[in-house]
Design a protein around this ligand. Structure first.
Ligand SMILES: *Cc1c(COP(=O)(O)O)cnc(C)c1O
Length: 356
């Protein structure tokens, strides 16, 4: 297989990492995978030391946010081997995000090979504690230095690696949600389906307000009518009503197509659990709750896998779910997905890609 040139770091930072207190996205490995786009093509795939970069103050990314990113993980299994979870689906989504931001498609095979090579080079950084992993953050930024508002003509792709702990150190602790009644995450015809910093920027103030009121995260409604539930924080959302699952459909271009969402749907269908990709209004949710039919609510995403919801607050009403502990479906899905990742379950779907 093709191997990209490597420039090694002078002094490893491995000794500076406190593996007993990893948290999320605090520590980084020694090297990054890098590739550039100019004169109409992606070129120069390489591995470089991870360190400060010289970037012009006129770099367009700072001013107009032409950037996209991904988030995926590598896992160390009990036998010491290292695997990736659905890397092909992640790079395909990176290109869908690129198209929404006028960024030229990245060559998927080159990026996948670059990820494998840099993860293998950094294998000693992959934690061995169950639940811990190597978070992989590919991203693309504009590289033209120009204040005119237009698409950049040059770009850089970087793959940054970060050893991370369980997202929730105290286990699968249910989150408390505050429904955003004024703010929205993404509008029809906007960038909601792309993994792009702009959507995260839009979420910061509402998230801060929710935290000030004592809630963990924001439950987002659609931006047109403020009626239908779309996402939770930066996760997709599922409802279990009368033993069947519901999740908002992706047809409206406001919802991010989660790889975990897709995995949950595929797993449930293989178990014979019906999953409906259907809009659910916040009103229907409260009605189902009052009728005793709403059994579980949970978010899904790479960082936490499954995040149970213990409480939802809307207007002056609030509902408390499943005694504010994790429900059986969320637990079953968490166990199944992490079981496939760490290799104590078979992988009938072909989600696992070995690295070394
Ligand atoms: C990344 C992301 C998700 C979850 O996607 P996964 O592929 O499951 O990690 C959900 N919603 C938003 C807004 C996201 O950015």
């Amino acid at each position: 297989m093709e191997s990209f040139p490597v420039t090694r770091i002078a002094e490893s930072r491995k000794g500076q990492i406190d593996y007993n207190n990893l948290r999320f996205g605090v520590y980084f490995t020694d090297h990054i995978f890098v590739m550039d786009y100019s004169e109409g093509r992606w070129h120069s795939p390489r591995i470089e030391p991870n360190g400060p970069m010289a970037i012009s103050p006129a770099n367009m990314t700072f001013h107009y946010g032409q950037a996209v990113f991904e988030g995926q993980k590598a896992f160390r299994r009990p036998d010491g081997s290292i695997v990736l979870f659905r890397p092909d689906a992640h790079v395909a989504r990176l290109n869908r995000s690129c198209r929404a931001l006028c960024i030229p498609d990245v060559p998927e095979d080159t990026v996948l090979q670059g990820i494998r090579q840099v993860v293998e080079l950094e294998r000693e950084f992959v934690p061995s504690t169950r639940g811990h992993s190597l978070y992989i953050r590919p991203f693309v930024i504009a590289m033209d230095n120009l204040l005119g508002v237009q698409s950049s003509q040059s770009f850089r792709l970087i793959v940054l690696l970060s050893p991370v702990a369980n997202y929730y150190p105290e286990g699968l602790k249910p989150v408390r949600l505050h429904v955003a009644q004024h703010h929205s995450r993404a509008a029809r015809g906007g960038l909601g389906m792309a993994k792009t910093p702009a959507n995260y920027a839009a979420s910061l103030l509402p998230a801060k307000r929710a935290k000030e009121k004592g809630y963990t995260q924001v439950l987002w409604l659609d931006a047109t009518e403020h009626k239908y539930v779309e996402e939770v924080g930066t996760m997709n959302i599922f409802f279990k009503i009368n033993d069947e699952l519901y999740t908002p459909p992706l047809d409206g271009d406001t919802i991010l197509s989660g790889i975990t969402r897709m995995s949950v749907i595929e797993l449930c269908r293989s178990w014979g659990v019906p999953v409906h990709e259907q809009r659910v209004s916040i009103q229907r949710l409260f009605e189902s709750f009052q009728a005793g039919e709403l059994q579980e609510v949970f978010g899904t995403g790479t960082a936490a896998v499954v995040s149970p919801v213990g409480e939802i607050h809307y207007n002056n009403d609030s509902m408390s779910l499943n005694g504010e502990s994790i429900g059986p479906m969320a637990q079953r899905l968490y166990d199944a997905i992490t079981g496939i990742q760490y290799g104590d379950e078979a992988d009938p779907f072909g989600w696992i890609h070995p690295v070394c």
